[in-house]
Ligand binder design. Structure first.
Ligand code: MN3
Length: 334
């Protein structure tokens, strides 16, 4: 009975957690995007190219620890992923967004006032924003995407990425939540426009549903992912965390060699961390105070290892340092 229950539990677990990504249906018929994108291009782009990203992503994730991750978690740590996972996860995410924001003229919804106001404040007009997007799309060398994103400081930004990368990924130069993406791979336009990317870009703005884009803008402003990205951009925190994890966790298991040999490095990273500039929303006195305490604690550990202190003493002090680090992290959640 017990065995049966645990089998049931395991299969229920995999039912809930092993996800399969699937191709989203196009909201309109292939021909609805004419004359700006021809029906055949839509059919191949959606049914062949996008389907291939989905199939290859599922194949790459199957049976691995990554099978339980959300799309956002896969993208955020893109630098740790294999090329297969990075390219196909990006490909699936990017195209899903692309289909969502495109609509034939008579189906397009109207723009929200808050989005229009943000565009006016930052770009002067919708036309200037379109120009900036066209510029980003036409200067993107080779295959890639042009984006309109919401950055962690809640501003709009126009940017571009290569291949199937996107601004959620930790490899992107400009990071944020995309609210609009323009595919500038040749497979998006070659049949109709051949190599004339500028002509394709001239047509694409007729298909952008600004109502949907502005809805995505409002949602992005309150999405917790924004502060995740901001924290992820704090490199000094990431650098310190790495050394902390590689010294503290072995110590917990009774191995003090990493801590004894790397306490100087731990101290150096703590000092850099304490002197780094936190992202705007974390730039608070409590955070600075906790960082100073952490650096002092790491100095104490360094001195103790120099004096060859006992394991028990080191354990007590590294635990304090670890708690202080989590205090900083906690303070970072706003
Ligand atoms: Mn494409």
């Amino acid at each position: 009975m017990k065995a049966l229950l645990s089998i049931l539990f395991i299969s229920m677990n995999s039912l809930f957690f092993a996800q399969e990504f699937s191709l989203p249906a196009l909201p309109y018929s292939f021909a609805s995007y004419e004359p700006y994108i021809d029906a055949q291009t839509m059919e191949i782009h959606h049914g062949k190219h996008h389907q291939a990203y989905v199939t290859n992503l599922n194949k790459a994730l199957a049976g691995t620890k990554m099978a339980s991750l959300t799309m956002t978690q896969i993208l955020m740590d893109a630098s740790f992923r294999s090329d297969v996972v990075r390219n196909n996860a990006g490909g699936h995410y990017n195209h899903s967004l692309f289909w969502e924001i495109l609509a034939p003229k008579d189906k397009q919804t109207s723009m929200q006032g808050s989005f229009e106001a943000a565009v006016k404040a930052q770009y002067g007009s919708m036309d200037s924003l379109k120009k900036a997007l066209t510029q980003a799309a036409s200067t993107r060398f080779g295959s890639g995407w042009a984006w309109l994103i919401v950055t962690p400081d809640k501003k709009l930004m126009v940017t571009s990425t290569g291949n199937q990368d996107n601004p959620i990924m930790d490899v992107a130069k400009d990071r944020g939540i995309p609210v609009l993406g323009i595919d500038v791979w040749e497979h998006a336009y070659y049949l109709k426009y051949q190599n004339k990317r500028a002509d394709y870009l001239g047509g694409i703005f007729n298909l952008i549903d600004w109502g949907i884009v502005s809805d995505k803008y409002s949602k992005a402003l309150v999405d917790p992912l924004l502060s995740e990205i901001e924290k992820d951009n704090w490199m000094a925190l990431k650098d310190f965390h790495k050394v902390m994890a590689q010294t503290y966790h072995p110590a917990e298991e009774g191995n003090f060699v990493p801590l004894r040999t790397r306490s100087g490095e731990l101290l150096a990273k703590a000092i850099l961390f304490a002197n780094s500039k936190p992202p705007v929303s974390k730039d608070k006195p409590e955070v600075h105070k906790a960082l100073t305490n952490l650096a002092e604690q790491c100095e104490k550990i360094y001195e103790l290892t120099a004096k060859n202190a006992k394991d028990e003493v080191l354990m007590k002090e590294i635990t304090k340092a670890h708690d202080l680090f989590h205090q900083v992290e906690e303070l970072c959640h706003d």
